[in-house]
Design a protein. Structure first.
Length: 357
C-alpha cells in the first residue's frame, strides 16, 4: 500500500517538477514531504481502528469514553503574537470505569501514561487495563502532546519530559473534577519506558497528588541516551519542533527533562521501580543511575533489577505467565496504598481478568 502510493506520488512529482526545470533535491524534498503527510494520515486511520477495538476487547468489563480536554500552552511558539498563541493545548483522553462500579461509592483512580516517543495509548495495553478494571480501578490515559494518530499538528507539539507531564496530570485533575466516584485520596500512577519517565516526573512535580507509583524500565537519563543511541535517534530530539537543539548545545535542557537528575524533588510517594538487564531499549545503566540518584538523595523507594528475563524491554508487560507473576507484585505494591475493591489473591485471579468469554 505505502509503496504503491509513494510510487504514484513520485511519478506525479517527477513529471511536474521536471517540467519546471527543478533539480533532484527538490524532487527528494517533495517526496519526503508527501511521505510524511501519508504517514500521519495512516496513523489517524490506525487510531480510529484502535478506538473500535477498545470496545471489543474491554467493553465487557468497562464503560469506555474518550474525552477532549486541555493542558498548558505550547512550551515554545513560532509566533508569540499570532492569533491563538498562548492557548492551552487540547488533547484526547481515554477513560475506563468498571461496569461493576456503584455510582454512590468512591473508587481509586489509576493514571496510566502510555510510552514511546510519538506513540499512543493503543490496544497493546488491553490486558493491563482489563487487570486494573477487574480490581475496581478507574483508569485514565491521556493522549498527551506529541502522541500519534491525531495528525501532524498534535505530533509536532511534543515536549518530551516537559509539558506532556502536565498533560497527564491534567487528565488526573479532570477525573477528580468531573467524576464524583473518583476518590481523590486514592490516586496512583504507573507507566513503562517513556510512560515511566512521565510517572516519575509526575510524582516529583506533584508529590502530594499520588498515593502510589510504579515506573517500569523508565527512561531515566536523556543525556546518556544521546550517547548510546543512533544518530537518527539524536536527530529526532534535536529537530526544530522537538527540543530543537542537541545535548551538546544545551546539556541543561536535557538534564531538566531527565528523572535521574531530578530525584531531589521526590518526597513520600511509595515508589516501585523495575528494570531488566537485557532491555534493548532503555539500557539498564540508565535506571541504575536513577536508583543511585534516589539513594544519594536519601529517598525511600523499592526497586528490583531483573536478570535477563525473556521479553527484554517488555518483560513485565507480556501475556506470559512469568510477566503476569511479576505484575502481581506490582499490583500488590499499588494496592497497599490505593486499597482497590478487589485485590488479586493469586495468579489465577489475574489470569481470569484476561478472559473475554
Amino acid at each position: 500500500m505505502n509503496r504503491l502510493l509513494l510510487t504514484a506520488f513520485a511519478l506525479l512529482l517527477l513529471t511536474n517538477i521536471s517540467g519546471q526545470n527543478s533539480n533532484k533535491d527538490d524532487v527528494l524534498k517533495a517526496l519526503e514531504r508527501q511521505n510524511e503527510i501519508l504517514r500521519h494520515r495512516l496513523d489517524v486511520t490506525e487510531k480510529k481502528i484502535d478506538d473500535l477495538l477498545w470496545f471489543e476487547r474491554v467493553g465487557d468489563l468497562a464503560h469506555i469514553d474518550k474525552v477532549y480536554i486541555y493542558g498548558p500552552p505550547l512550551w515554545k511558539e513560532k509566533n508569540e503574537t499570532a492569533q491563538g498563541a498562548g492557548n492551552p493545548v487540547k488533547f484526547w483522553t481515554y477513560i475506563f470505569i468498571p461496569k461493576s462500579a456503584d455510582k454512590n461509592k468512591k473508587y481509586p483512580l489509576m493514571v496510566l501514561p502510555h510510552g514511546g516517543v510519538h506513540s499512543n495509548f493503543g490496544t497493546y495495553y488491553t490486558h493491563i487495563v482489563r487487570e486494573l478494571v477487574s480490581q475496581g480501578y478507574i483508569v485514565v490515559s491521556a493522549e498527551y502532546r506529541g502522541s500519534t494518530g491525531y495528525g501532524e499538528s498534535h505530533y509536532k507539539k511534543i515536549d518530551y519530559g516537559g509539558l506532556e507531564v502536565q498533560d497527564v496530570h491534567a487528565s488526573k485533575e479532570y477525573m477528580i473534577e468531573n467524576y464524583s466516584i473518583v476518590d481523590k485520596n486514592r490516586i496512583g500512577i504507573m507507566g513503562w519506558s517513556h510512560g515511566g519517565l512521565i510517572t516519575l516526573m509526575n510524582i516529583f512535580d506533584y508529590p502530594n497528588d499520588y498515593k502510589a507509583a510504579y515506573a517500569g524500565v523508565p527512561v531515566s537519563d536523556i543525556i546518556a541516551r544521546m550517547g548510546y543511541k543512533t544518530q537518527e535517534y539524536r536527530d529526532l530530539y534535536s529537530a526544530e519542533y522537538h527540543i530543537g537543539k542537541t545535548a551538546y548545545a544545551d546539556v541543561n535542557e536535557y538534564r531538566r527533562r531527565s528523572p535521574a537528575w531530578n530525584t531531589h524533588k521526590m518526597q513520600n510517594t511509595p515508589l516501585l521501580i523495575y528494570t531488566n538487564t537485557n532491555d534493548g531499549d532503555v539500557n539498564v545503566f540508565e535506571v541504575e543511575h536513577l536508583i543511585k540518584s534516589l539513594k544519594a538523595d536519601k529517598k525511600k523507594f523499592e526497586y528490583k533489577i531483573f536478570q535477563n528475563v525473556p521479553g527484554g524491554h517488555s518483560f513485565d508487560r507480556l501475556d506470559t505467565r512469568k510477566a503476569k507473576e511479576i505484575r502481581m507484585t506490582i499490583y500488590k505494591h499499588m494496592a497497599k496504598s490505593l486499597k482497590p475493591p478487589y485485590v488479586f489473591k493469586n495468579i489465577d485471579d489475574l489470569q481470569r481478568a484476561g478472559y473475554r468469554f
